[in-house]
Ligand binder design. Structure first.
Ligand code: F0G
Length: 458
């Protein structure tokens, strides 16, 4: 018999701003959490500092020992009920689903900036251009620091604090660092950010400075930053918050839960995500898989991954070896968030493609620019890396993989204001003529403005 612990009976405030006791012992938890290697499948009691399996060196994931099936209807009700709670932990769109991620010990605290709870928007104009009747955007750019990274940062940084670390660190193309800097500052911890010099968007760099992280620009690319951070971690007690940290993916998977909840627990036919380091696609796939195992959804949507043509190691891997081997590339794209040539979570992403039957494809710089302008013209907007999803969808409808009557969700990963320079360049100079909306310079004269409006076509 399943008993529901009412929202009001848990999580007493500790008196520290933003910090509340976590209780992970409700009767509905999906099982006891442990770490498992995705290569040898063994339980990993003590991963390396870079979250590798100490035996075979492969990536690890959080797994759950389940006893029986949880009550799906009771879970749905509990998660919905928490939306009206005044407690910070319930107001988090990640910890609201905490029965699905019982990773913190009872009595531990979660560090939350009220991440998640992001909107899902209908895209009318973009749907028309892509050739589908029903198109949705799950806008992860509406998180506290403007990207999906917050959903995983709340979980992984809470683990860092539980483990007693003073320092956290990441290599980043800009969004992970912005997110980590904010959560670390909020928790009173210290943050080391390694970013590739000259290759991240200003909005993101400025966030890291504003949130008072120690920000280091290295004369290399993202993949070089990952390498250097790995060496630092070997010699300095710093908790790694890149997406090889499996607790990041546990938080990020809740986006899939929230998406299904918003769609009435009726899965769409397709979910389309950008692919960079491939943590997000892996996390969403894990969320979908677990929801099906728990009986929360009856089937899996096809999850497709889109990369920039200049940063497409997964596309090449699928094409050349069916996902058996990864051949790293020297990455180049103006969608700097996904300028990644040697993605950490590629094996997990391949598993998601295989399991859901999704496609893996790439799109050109021009296609990304137009798609971003179209999402903007829908009044929704996103950063360049997010726009690969619409550009990819257009290719998938042309190839017949996505059919007009199917329901599609694009995951928009970052906010429009992250990279205004890209947007300005597109509209002022470089963009496709059909989508450009450059600013108009006029004298301070009403007649001139009216003359302009009169001459415009709809
Ligand atoms: N979209 C945005 C806006 C991103 O910032 C990233 C990754 C991705 C998509 C790709 O997600 O890596 O999980 O496949 N940004 C990382 C960072 C690498 O450092 O901010 P992924």
């Amino acid at each position: 018999m399943i008993r529901i612990r009412r929202a009001g009976s848990t999580n007493e405030p500790t008196g520290r701003v933003g910090s509340y006791y976590m209780v992970t012992t409700t009767d509905l938890v999906i099982g006891a959490a442990y770490l498992r290697c995705i290569g040898c499948n063994d339980e990993v009691r003590k991963p390396t500092a870079e979250f590798a399996c100490p035996r075979c060196g492969d990536r690890i994931e959080v797994a759950y020992r389940r006893e029986g099936a949880p009550d799906a209807a009771a879970l749905r009700e509990l998660w919905r009920e928490r939306k009206t709670s005044a407690k910070p932990i319930d107001q988090s769109g990640v910890w609201r689903f905490r029965e699905a991620l019982p990773i913190l010990a009872a009595g531990s605290e979660a560090v939350t900036l009220r991440e998640g709870n992001t909107p899902i928007y209908r895209l009318a104009r973009s749907a028309k251009s892509a050739g589908v009747d029903e198109l949705w955007a799950k806008h992860q750019g509406m998180n506290p620091t403007g990207s999906f990274k917050d959903t995983g940062m709340t979980t992984a940084l809470s683990m860092a604090r539980e483990k007693g670390f003073e320092w956290v660190g990441c290599a980043s193309t800009g969004n992970t660092s912005a997110s980590m800097a904010a959560y670390a500052a909020y928790a009173g911890m210290r943050a080391l950010v390694l970013i590739p010099e000259g290759k991240i968007a200003w909005g993101k760099l400025s966030q890291s400075l504003d949130y008072a992280a120690t920000t280091v620009q290295l004369r290399t690319d993202f993949d070089g930053c990952v390498r250097v951070l790995g060496e630092v971690i070997g010699q300095f007690p710093l908790y790694l918050l890149n997406s090889v940290n499996p607790y990041r993916l546990e938080g990020q998977k809740t986006t899939a839960y929230e998406m299904m909840e918003q769609l009435g627990w009726e899965p769409p036919d397709h979910v389309i995500v950008p692919g960079g380091n491939l943590g997000n696609s892996s996390a969403l796939g894990k969320g979908l898989r677990e929801m099906r195992a728990m009986g929360l959804i009856g089937r899996l949507p096809k999850l497709s991954i889109v990369q920039a043509a200049g940063a497409n190691p997964l596309v090449r891997s699928m094409r050349d070896s069916g996902g058996e081997r990864l051949q790293p590339v020297k990455a180049e794209t103006r969608a700097t968030a996904i300028r990644i040539g040697n993605p950490a979570s590629w094996k997990k992403a391949v598993a998601v493609l295989r399991e859901t039957g999704g496609e893996c494809l790439d799109v050109t710089e021009d296609e990304i620019g137009v798609a971003k302008a179209e999402i903007g013209a829908d009044g929704v907007g996103c950063e360049p890396a997010s726009a690969v999803t619409l550009a990819g969808l257009k290719k998938l409808t042309r190839s017949g993989f996505v059919k007009r009557g199917e329901r599609v969700v694009l995951v928009l990963t970052g906010h429009c204001l992250k990279d205004p320079e890209y947007t300005m360049d597109f509209h002022r100079a470089e963009g496709d003529a059909s989508m450009r909306k450059p600013p108009v310079l006029l004298d301070a004269d009403a007649a001139a403005v009216i003359g302009l409006l009169g001459g415009m076509e709809r």
